[in-house]
Design a protein around this ligand. Sequence first.
Ligand code: GLA
Length: 375
Amino acid sequence: MQKITLYTILGGFLIIAFSGCQSNAPKKIPSLKNLFKNDFKVGAAINERQLYGKEPGAVKLVQKQFNTISPENVLKWAPINPKPDSLNFGPADRYVKFGVKNHMWIIGHNLVWHKQVPQWIFQNKDGSLVDRQTLIKRMQQHIYREAGRYKGKIDGWDVVNEAINDKGKLRQSKWLKIIGKKYIPMAFKAAAKAAPKAELYYNDYDLYKPAKRKRVVQLVRNLQKKGIRIDGIGMQGHWSLKKPDLKQVQKSINAFSKLGVKVMISELDIKILNPGYFANKDSTTNNPDPYKNGLPDSVQTQLTNRYVSIFKLLYKNRNKISRVTFWGVNNGDSWLNYRPKKHTAYPLLFNRKNQPTPAFWGVVHAIKKMKRQNK
Ligand code: GLA
């Protein structure tokens, strides 16, 4: 009899204890910057609306979660200097001020690129292309002015962005056509002069592809041989559920770190719908916004698993990787919501209300487990 009573009491205790664990108390949200504090910096690209106080929730999230920021658009050449006689550093100044105030590692993005660059810099007044010397001067002047303005404040610059095409050749941009391939060393030299303490990077997409990997290795070696400073390579990381094969990413991390430079994932986001989806005219698959009301569980699981595999790989490479930056703060402000067509995208680790997604928790649990097992 007594035994039965004892068991009943014990059982009751267990039930109470168990339901206590299941309580609805909000789970404490760990921060990515803290989770990876001994491994690499973690950051997000922030936009102009956030800088001007229009998304306070996203700003708070940045302060809680990240220790490095990148400017999504405000430091690009076109918004800064749209016409020869108009200079607009307002949003860029705000960006840098925000980073300084919050003690963040501040990225400058970018100095020389073929996109979001005002066309006037390549043209004479009559619309014809400028000569080589004029373009060299304009490029140097821009670098001295922008990198010089934030000297001692911006910690790392994407000096040249996307100079290599998908075949592993130098991209036929106006930079290449007018100046020739020397525009790359010239840009790095100018950046080193303007911001002697900032790290200087080459940044590009699809760097897991063997042809691009090889060409970037060559580009970095050429600079090093000439004694021109380059400190790191940014692998953008606009990836999808299936691509790239992470073995290819690993090969590029190895090849780049062998050059003695830092390796970064500089613009991470994951596409669920590939551009092919939107091009497909088949009426059964051509729903322009299939996940408008949320992700089905099966797709969310794929996304979580993908993020977990990516972060396991990055964590394993923590001695080679210095920074991982997401291209956006929450799913709502990602550029992917508009590419290639307007739709509801889910590329980041925070949802439209700035709350962690299942993929966030997947990453946190997987990394904590690896840390416990000393992997
Ligand atoms: C490239 C650029 C970024 C950004 C994205 C799309 O990756 O480096 O600045 O423009 O494209 O938003």
